[in-house]
Design a protein. Structure first.
Length: 341
């Protein structure tokens, strides 16, 4: 394993947020924002104007706080931009929509180098570009006196393109439960970084820049998905959201979930090195932004989805081979998922 190189702010430079001012910062960010195909009016006015041919707009918002969701000594500014955009774009995909635009609110210390913010803007633009989306507006403000933390509040907009939205509340007994995307990789990368190392690179990269299966969201909607959400807080926790909203039991198959751990892959390698439990990361690790969905039993699962369980009648809960989610997590030495407070 190798130790991380610093990604924090440079010192001794006059080119900071405080020195260039709000509009200087905006000019730097806008220059790297890219162009949203759906935008009629982009950055620089009192508000953006984004076309909504469907007459409905999907909207999602996430707040990323330095020290809780990212660290500048662990991640490059481009990494932070990719991660901030991905967390929101995945929520749009989880509704069965495609992203159209981002709005970004930023609070940071006045001595933050403008080069760092430019890197964040570049990362966001790169994450958005394949979808024809871009940052179309936002706001900047100095952090509270005495606070050195950077806070990013990102709002994503999306287009359903005529589809019905797929909510968390539509799962029905007899449906199958399926997931698309990686599970446990971000948690594995975090386990590496918090010990001061940066390899295996694949696991660390998964934490720094998640790779949500964006196209799987609209594909699931087209295939008749009855419920869906992105896995941001951990599989067991997010399965619980669907169970609660739908009033059903999600019964997951442990053997199938164990197959997400490649014995020769990064999860197993890191677990052996640090004493972690790779299945625990798969079940409770968040921020991979996989898509968890339920489908009618007769439906053909879209490409990329793997069946991991069934929906049953009963009081809302999540079971793994008949064992409650909290007991499973405790047996693996993990919490049930990400706790926000």
């Amino acid at each position: 394993m190798t130790r991380p190189r610093p990604h924090g702010p440079r010192t001794g430079t006059a080119d900071t947020v405080g020195s260039v001012g709000e509009f200087g910062v905006i000019d730097r960010v806008v220059a790297r924002a890219g162009t949203a195909a759906a935008a009629e009016v982009g950055p620089g006015d009192d508000a953006a104007v984004v076309r909504a041919p469907d007459a409905r707009v999907v909207a999602a918002c996430d707040v990323l706080v330095e020290g809780r969701h990212f660290r500048r000594d662990w991640s490059s500014p481009e990494d932070v931009g990719h991660k901030a955009a991905a967390a929101n774009l995945a929520d749009v995909a989880a509704m069965g929509a495609v992203p159209t635009a981002l709005l970004v609110g930023l609070a940071c210390p006045a001595d933050t180098p403008t080069a760092w913010l430019e890197g964040v803007a570049t990362g966001m633009a790169e994450e958005c570009a394949p979808h024809g989306a871009a940052v179309v507006g936002g706001d900047t403000v100095a952090s509270a006196p005495g606070s050195d933390a950077v806070v990013l509040s990102v709002t994503a907009l999306g287009d359903l393109q005529g589809r019905a939205p797929v909510t968390r509340g539509g799962a029905r007994p007899g449906d199958v439960v399926a997931v698309a995307g990686r599970l446990g990789w971000s948690a594995c990368g975090w386990a590496v970084l918090r010990r001061g190392f940066t390899s295996p690179h694949a696991a660390v990269a998964a934490h720094r820049r998640p790779e949500p299966p964006y196209a799987a969201g609209p594909a699931a909607a087209d295939a008749g998905a009855t419920a869906m959400c992105d896995v941001s807080d951990g599989l067991l926790a997010d399965a619980g959201h669907i169970a609660d909203a739908s009033g059903v039991v999600l019964h997951l198959d442990r053997g199938t979930l164990e197959s997400f751990v490649d014995p020769a892959g990064p999860l197993a390698q890191v677990a052996a090195a640090v004493g972690g439990n790779p299945l625990g990361w798969v079940l409770t690790g968040g921020e991979d932004h996989a898509l968890l969905a339920t489908f009618p039993a007769a439906a053909d699962l879209p490409a990329g989805f793997v069946r991991i369980g069934v929906v049953e009648d009963g009081a809302p809960r999540v079971l793994v081979d008949g064992v409650g989610a909290a007991d499973v997590a405790e047996g693996l030495g993990e919490g049930a998922g990400h706790v926000h407070f």
